[in-house]
Design a protein around this ligand. Structure first.
Ligand code: PLP
Length: 423
């Protein structure tokens, strides 16, 4: 790497000026030989906030002390547990608190909301998704096609980048929606694509879907806690996200779901019901007929999974304190700095070493950069791992890097690029 000293100085001065630099101390970093690893994998599993232990301990204590009475006597009464998360979760995605609920896990919530929002009728039966979509999303939409008696290939329409391009142009998405017209029932795409890191223009896509009479729902697994979201104002019909990637709430952690307020109290929407979605005032009277709670909470089925929601409560407290605007501001700088250094070392090698396939325009990405390494990519990845980098490999030839603004440093981005340039 040329100009190593200069890059290092720049990284150190950016760290010194970073208003979020102290948040790093609130997380545990995996180590090797007593040194923190360079963790660029927060897009896959976020690091553990030190405060999680206290939140989980609280629930263990309440269970120990109160037994069943913990539902009402506990510090965070379990009967109302989801309420303790809704305001912070709503702020994260730009929603009203009645529009969000924390429950289940991500793909389960996607299925529950597709039950309500994929209601094919007559010729309106197509689902538009992006390619490559995360496998779980592909399986989910295919299975809903089957549920309604269709062949998935007949109703699931995939959108691809143009020949020679890596990401999908917004104009092409909007055109495809218009072309599908009254055959389109639902647009369901990943808000930030897991593979390329492309942040889709959700507001425009939602408006285009509505213009042809379709619903728009998004999987925000890679978007929540990463990019600014205004789900309510954008008019999005529904969305789901997980809590364990950028939201640092632990493996297999709980999920968030959004249902726009114009649908939240619509009794005509079909849903799979369970007692926890029932009105809280009559829930324990065990009424024969289901009376849904207002808003997204009415999609709950089972009682709150307190032990996966407690770490999420710890994490949401951090996000609330930091705030998405400050996180995004640092994210733009940190990812931009990594990109600048990657471009510099690639230029030294005649731009032959790798290619950044994530959009270059920062409005169209979060903090992830995906680099395509043709030939020997897996060996490069293994060498990085041996040198203390935790990144993420995706077949056939992509290394995904996520410098997370909450806990990564500019100097780590520098050290990563220096190691990469030596691989
Ligand atoms: C991570 C991820 C999932 C994972 O789903 P789970 O149900 O939480 O296992 C699903 N979809 C997308 C787009 C993801 O990135």
């Amino acid at each position: 790497m040329k100009d190593e000293e200069k890059w290092l100085e720049k990284a150190q001065s950016l760290d010194a000026a970073d208003p979020l630099r102290e948040w790093r101390d609130q997380f545990y970093f995996p180590q090797k030989d007593g040194e923190d690893l360079i963790y660029l994998c927060g897009n896959s599993l976020g690091l553990q906030p030190k405060s999680v232990e206290k939140f989980v301990q609280q629930e263990l204590e309440d269970w120990k002390k109160h037994g069943v009475e913990g539902h009402f006597e506990g510090k965070n009464a379990w009967y109302y547990y989801h309420h303790f998360l809704e305001e912070a979760a709503a702020r994260l995605v730009g929603a009203d608190k009645k529009e969000v609920v924390v429950m289940n896990s991500l793909t389960v919530n996607l299925h529950l909301l597709m039950i309500s929002f994929y209601r094919p009728e007559g010729q309106r039966k197509k689902i538009l998704i992006e390619s490559p979509a995360f496998p779980s999303d592909q399986y989910a939409v295919d299975s809903h096609a089957k549920l309604h008696g269709f062949y998935a290939d007949d109703v699931v329409v995939e959108m691809f980048p143009r020949e020679g391009e890596e990401t999908i142009r917004t104009e092409d998405i909007l055109q495809q929606i218009t072309d599908l017209g009254d055959e389109l029932a639902l647009v369901m795409i990943g808000g930030v694509n897991y593979y390329t890191g492309q942040f889709f223009e959700l507001e425009k896509i939602t408006a285009a879907a509505h213009a042809v009479g379709a619903f728009a729902g998004f999987d925000l697994a890679h978007a929540a806690g990463n990019v600014p979201l205004e789900l309510h104002d954008w008019g999005v019909d529904f969305a789901v996200w997980c809590s364990y990637k950028y939201l640092n709430s632990g493996p297999g952690g709980t999920s968030g779901a959004f249902v726009h307020e114009r649908h939240g109290n619509n009794p005509d929407l079909v849903r799979l019901a369970g007692w926890w979605g029932n009105d809280e005032k009559t829930r324990f009277q065990m009424p024969r007929k289901f009376i849904p709670q207002e808003g997204a909470a009415g999609w709950q089925i089972s009682n709150a999974q307190v032990f996966s929601m407690a770490p999420h409560m710890a994490s949401l407290e951090i996000f609330d304190e930091v705030g998405m605007p400050a996180l995004r501001a640092k994210s733009l700088k940190l990812t931009g700095f990594l990109e600048e250094m990657l471009d510099a070392v690639n230029a030294e090698a005649g731009n032959q070493r790798f290619k950044i396939i994530t959009p270059r325009d920062s409005h169209h990405r979060g903090c992830q950069l995906s680099i395509l390494v043709d030939g020997g990519g897996k060996q490069v990845f293994e060498a990085l791992t041996a040198d203390g980098i935790v990144a993420d490999w995706r077949e056939p030839n992509v290394i995904r890097l996520a410098p997370v603004p909450l806990y990564n440093k500019f100097e780590e981005a520098f050290r990563f690029v220096r190691i990469l340039s030596e691989c």
